[in-house]
Design a protein around this ligand. Structure first.
Ligand SMILES: [Zn+2]
Length: 230
């Protein structure tokens, strides 16, 4: 690139040397930036197939990097359950270093709530399925995470929720742990840890629901909507 530029300029030898020096500096800066950018090159995306299609694009890399590993023996993607010491997980913040060139993802990624009443809470849950003869009542065991994730509307942002998938040791039926008939089996201390209201179509944080319940003069649902959109 430097030779090409010099061939186009008609300058003296000294000016040429100065120009070379400047261009070398620019080129070395570009190379240094390129090195930093290469550290942001996405790693292999390791996620459940369902999560790949449901998670926002800006969250896939950090969730893959934080929770998933490829098993070198089986070559399968596995969730690392030994790092689960909390329910809420925050994406890495943008770097404040002056030389950093953050990807846009760093500014728009979402918090993740992993709902794991069996693995984390250690509670015994019973199968809610049954027949006309009554509930099955078999013990539910964890069979990983459900393939579906949801985006939940909170007061100041959206967050992602994912949940354990449970299977009955008696009838073999499966149930997702955010189902109402699972959460209702927990004691109140654990029920209030679950942060949202889920319906088939909508997912809403409890704080938003509490604001809606305060509806009265000057606190209309349209006012709340404007507050959430702002
Ligand atoms: Zn059952």
């Amino acid at each position: 690139m430097i030779c090409l530029l010099l061939s186009c300029t008609g300058t003296s030898a000294r000016e040429d040397r100065d120009l070379v020096s400047v261009l070398e500096h620019i080129e070395s800066t570009e190379m240094s930036d390129a090195t930093e950018v290469s550290s942001e090159v996405p790693d292999e995306l390791l996620l459940y197939q369902g999560w790949k299609s449901m998670l926002p694009e800006e969250d896939q890399q950090w969730i893959s990097k934080t929770f998933f590993r490829r098993n070198p023996r089986t070559n399968k993607t596995e969730f690392h359950s030994d790092i689960l010491i909390k329910l809420w997980h925050t994406p890495p913040p943008p770097s404040m270093a002056s030389s950093a060139r953050n990807k846009v993802d760093r500014y728009f990624s979402h918090r993740l709530f992993l709902w794991m009443p069996v693995n984390f809470g250690g509670v015994k849950l019973l199968c809610p399925h049954g027949s006309e003869f009554g509930k099955c009542g078999g013990v539910l065991t964890r069979v990983g995470f459900h393939q579906k994730t949801r985006m939940v509307l909170d007061v100041d942002s959206f967050y992602i929720i994912a949940a354990e998938y449970l299977q009955c040791s008696s009838c073999g039926a499966k149930v997702i742990s955010w189902a109402h008939n699972i959460i209702s089996q927990l004691d109140l201390d654990r029920q209030i840890v679950f942060p949202c209201i889920l319906t088939a179509k909508f997912a809403c944080g409890r704080k938003v629901v509490e604001l809606l319940r305060q509806g009265g003069l000057g606190n209309s649902s349209s006012l709340l909507r404007r507050q959430l959109e702002s």
